[in-house]
Design a protein around this ligand. Structure first.
Ligand code: PMP
Length: 420
């Protein structure tokens, strides 16, 4: 069994040996209809390395107990592992304090927490909240609801035809009326890496807090929340090689401290009577009820795993995959790539003349290929490109050039079949 402290540097840290990395991911050996799995749906959820799976098994076999409340050995051990995960994630995200790391169910819950708690306490009629045109629905709807409730207005940063954020238009939206900016760091649908440092700097000139939806950034980019200077940062564990049902809300202490609780109940209170309740300090004020203990531990293990491989190694390798995949996919007859930003993670969305994305995805499955089809929870973005759905290839550091080549052969075969 592997515990976080036992994970040593990956044997091939310097040369980035994808073959040995793939051996860490048992699911990649799966055969689908007798064909080797080509898993290209990493933006929806990532696969998990053996180190994470083993850590979860170890937790259930040797450490399982409820945390914080027990005075016995197992409960103390589980509490230590849970709080240790917070410490590890604080370090790896470079947050200034452990109080700034809140365990949530995922990005969706993190954004809802901020929109609900911060929004309810701070927004009033006529105020403005800014999001971009390429947001996931999870970063639109919570703001829409709180704006509706408070009489505030949602403003939208436009994008160009490559799928890049229009920074000048963004800056012209900022005013004394703007109270919050909430933008996606990296688009899940088209892979654009947004210039978030500039977004944050411009908002801070007006003292406006900024939330980054880091769901697609965390699996691909080095995350240093102090360097970014974002006020909030959310991501989901399951997209970052960790368990499902766990995620992180990072928030600067000055904001989190001033925000009222989001959910309430056990573990987040200091004192309860029928007349009055007082709440615990951060981070516990925002962690009501029994948390996803093993999820937090597994997420820290996943982050440690990625750090050991080396973020810069991963980035360099993924950029090679992206360049290769873009060139090969773009060459397919009748195919149009949706989203051609200069800075991208390895996500390629496309449509094919005369072939519905759903049909392409369904037939690719029979070839052992898993891709996502649909609007990717970004309907406004799809509208921008005049499409209702795309096929999306989203790669991770365990994918290979060979898989890309095999995918393109399979894609050409299914397109031919659909059109015949
Ligand atoms: N934001 C982005 C950019 C995403 O890609 C996703 C998941 N597709 C979410 C938010 C929501 O994440 P979750 O469903 O894990 O809460």
């Amino acid at each position: 069994m592997t515990s976080p402290s036992q994970i040593s540097a990956h044997p091939d840290t310097k040369s980035f040996d994808v073959r040995s990395i793939r051996e860490d991911f048992p699911i990649l050996q799966t055969k689908i209809y007798g064909k080797p799995l080509i898993y290209f749906d990493n933006a929806a959820t990532s696969q998990k390395p053996r180190q994470v799976i083993d850590r979860l098994v170890q937790y259930y076999e040797h450490e399982n107990a409820n945390i914080h409340r027990g005075v016995y050995y197992l409960s103390e051990r589980a509490s230590e592992a849970y709080e240790g995960a917070r410490d590890s994630l604080q370090k790896l995200l470079n947050a200034a304090g452990r109080n700034e790391i809140i365990f949530v169910r995922g990005a969706t819950e993190g954004i809802n927490l901020v929109a609900s708690s911060w929004g309810r306490a701070n927004l009033k009629a006529g105020d403005e909240v800014i999001v971009s045109h390429m947001e996931h629905h999870a970063n639109i709807v919570p703001w829409q609801l709180i704006c509706e409730e408070k009489g505030a207005i949602l403003k939208v940063i436009p994008i160009n035809d490559k799928g890049e954020m229009n920074l000048e238009a963004y800056k012209s939206l900022l005013s004394e009326k703007t109270k919050f900016v909430s933008v996606v760091y990296v688009s899940n649908s088209i892979g654009t890496i947004n210039p978030v440092k500039e977004v944050i700097e411009a908002a801070h000139a007006y003292n406006i807090p900024v939330l980054l939806d880091g769901c697609q950034a965390a699996p691909h980019l080095e995350i240093d929340v102090q360097d970014l200077d974002c006020d909030f940062f959310v991501f989901s564990g399951h997209k970052t090689f960790g368990p499902t049902g766990i995620g992180i809300l990072y928030g600067k202490e000055k904001y989190l401290d001033a925000m009222p609780p989001y959910q309430s109940g056990g573990d987040m209170i200091k004192q309860v009577s029928f007349w009055r309740t007082t709440f615990k300090e951060l981070p516990y004020k925002f962690e009501a009820g029994t948390p996803h203990i093993e999820g937090a531990i597994g997420l820290a293990t996943a982050f440690e795993y990625v750090t050991n491989i080396g973020r810069s190694n991963i980035h360099a390798y993924e950029q090679k995959l992206l360049a290769h995949a873009t060139q090969k996919i773009a060459a397919v007859d009748g195919l149009r790539i949706i989203g051609t930003a200069k800075n991208k993670i390895p996500v390629i969305s496309f449509v094919v003349e005369g072939a519905h994305p759903l049909d392409i995805g369904t037939l690719l499955d029979f070839e052992g290929v898993a891709v996502r089809t649909g609007n990717h929870c970004t309907q406004p973005l799809m509208d921008c490109f005049g499409v209702s759905a795309t096929c999306r290839v989203s790669l991770a550091f365990y994918n290979t050039v060979k898989e890309i080549d095999e995918f393109v052969i399979a894609l050409e075969k299914v397109i031919k079949k659909i059109k015949s």
